[in-house]
Design a protein around this ligand. Sequence first.
Ligand code: SF4
Ligand code: SF4
Length: 136
Amino acid sequence: MLKKKVVLNFPPHLIDQPVTYKLIQDYGVVVNILRARITPREWGSMVVELGGSPKKLEAAMGFLGELGVGVEPLAREVRWHEERCIHCTACLAPCPTHALGVDRASMTVSFDQERCIACELCLRVCPYLAIEILFD
Ligand code: SF4
Ligand code: SF4
């Protein structure tokens, strides 16, 4: 199964439409919502991971485009510099997806790129600049 992390931008008139439901039911795509900011009568945005065959994903993208939902690839990537990290664990609490975790026995921090949604919350708390955001 192919997986894609994308940002979906919803114009105000589509906020209350069952778009993710249709992606799942009509296009057979697995939708994992990683982050959402939806306000009535305003533009909304969601960071989602879409999973499915290339054909299904292509059809789903076509559906979103025709509907008027903006689709952008998640252009940011977070890099964790293990050599700079002193394993202070300050970054664990703000991380909403547990991409940053700690082994309780050894008290060593680790980073799981697959779980990271590039929300940048950890960047603000790391005193050693061990976490960096990269732009495409
Ligand atoms: S950017 Fe940092 S806080 Fe946000 S998900 Fe990734 S590791 Fe966690
Ligand atoms: S805040 Fe920085 S130094 Fe502390 S554990 Fe996280 S990455 Fe390592």
